[in-house]
Design a protein around this ligand. Sequence first.
Ligand code: AMP
Length: 477
Amino acid sequence: MTRTPAPASPPAAVGPSFGTLALAPAQLENLAGLGYVGMTPVQAASLPLALAGTDLIVQAQTGSGKTAAFALALLANLELTDATRPFAVQALVLCPTRELADQVTNEIRRLARSEDNIKTLTLCGGVPLRNQQTSLEHGAHIVVGTPGRIIDHLERGALKLDALNTLVFDEADRMLDMGFFDDIAKIADQCPRQRQTLLFSATYPEGIVKLSQRFLRAPKEVKVRAQVDAAQIEQRFYEVREDERLHAVSLLLQHFRPVSTLAFCNTKQQCRDLAEVLKAQGYLALALHGELEQRERDQVLVQFANRSCSVLVATDVAARGLDIAQLEAVINVDTTPDPQLHIHRIGRTGRADAKGLALSLASLDEMGSVGKIELVQGGEVQWYPLAELTPAPGGPLRPPMVTLQIVGGRKEKIRAGDVLGALTGDAGFSAAQVGKINVNEFSTYVAVDRQIADQALKRLSAGTVKGKRVKVRLLQA
Ligand code: AMP
C-alpha cells in the first residue's frame, strides 16, 4: 500500500472517447473522474471486441493501458443480481508476479468504484494461506493471483471456479518464462467451458500459441505496434568500444544528471558489473535480475520507486511489468537485437507529460541492431560523440530521498497513515519531508528527505507507531 497512489502515467496518445463503448453511464462518469479522457490504442482496439464477449489475444505491454482493457470487460460480465450466490468468484486474472497482481487489483478496484460492493481479492504466494482462506470464505467476485497460490486454494477447496465467466491471462509470456504452463492449464481446466478468455502478452513465443489453441475459443488477435513519441522522448546514440562501455554510462550520468535512471543490460553479468562500477564511483545504484529473492526484489523496487536509488540496472526480463511513474532517463547499456524491445525500453521514460531522455550505447558489432531500430522507428538515429560529455560539478548526484525500514507491516496492522502520523506528529517533521510509504506484509518502507534521514531514524526509533515501539533501520541503496 502506498500513501499517495502512484500517479497514473497515462499513455501519451489520447484516442477515441469511452462514450463510444457499451458501458454503463456510471462507469463513464467514473472513467472521467479518473482522468481517462480517451482510450489508449490497446483499449480502442480491444474493448469493442472484449465487450461483445469475444475471446482475445492482445499484444500489449505495461504502460499501454492493458489492465483497464481487460478490467472493463470482466466488470461488464459480472452478474451482481443473483441473490442465490451473491459472492461467487466470477472473474479470475492470472499474473506472473505478486507486484503485477497488486497493480492489477488496484486498477480493477478503481474501475469497480462505479458499482457498489464489488469485491476483489488478491491471492499470491509469500503470505500465509490462512488469512486468504478467511477472505475467500467471506466471498469475492474477482480474484487476481499468481498460478501457484491459486492452485493451493483450488486443491484445498477454498476457491471454487464453477461460477466463473471471465478468465484473464496477464503477461502470459512471462508466466510461461517462469514455467507456469502446467499450472495455468490445471487452473483453466477447472473453469466452466462457457466463459470469455482474454490473453495479454508482450511477445508471442511458441507457448502462447499452444496456450491459446487449448484455452481460447475462436480468438481474435489484437496487435498495436509500440511507438515512440519523438516530442516526448529525446533519443541520443553514442558509439563506444567494448572496453569503455561501462565507463561511458557514468559519463552520461555525470553529464545529464538524471534523478532516476533505468539502465538496461543484455545479461545478468553485465548488470552486476555495471552496478559494481557505479557503486565504486559513489552512485546509489542497484541491480535487478532474475536471481534475487522476492524480498530483495521488493526492497530494490521500493527504493527505486521512492527515489532513494539513482540508477536501477536491469535485464529486460527482470524489468518486465515494472511501472515507474517518474523516470528521467533510460540508458541502453547494450543495444538489444530486438527493435521492438528497444522501443519498449525507452517508452518507460517520457510519461505523463514529462520529457524523457533515452541514451543508447552501441559498439561497431551492434550496428546491425541499430539498423533494425532505424527501420522500426522509421528514421535514422542521431549520433553524438562521447567526447562532448562534460561532468557537471558536484560529483555523483545523490538521490533526493532515503528509505527507512520499519520492522512490522500489514501483519501488525500498520497503515501508511500511522507512519506519516508518527513522523509529522511527535517527531515534528513536515509532510513535505516524507515521501512514499509502502506497507508490505512484515515490513514498512518510508522514504524521507535525505537531509532529515538520521534525525528521522532516531526519532522514529525513540517514539511509537500505532502506540508501539518499533525497530527502524536505514536501507542502504
Ligand atoms: P497499464 O498498462 O494497465 O499498466 O496502465 C498504465 C497506466 O495508464 C495506469 O496507471 C493506468 O491507470 C493508466 N491508464 C489506463 N488507461 C488510461 C486511459 N485511457 N487514459 C489515461 N490513463 C490510463
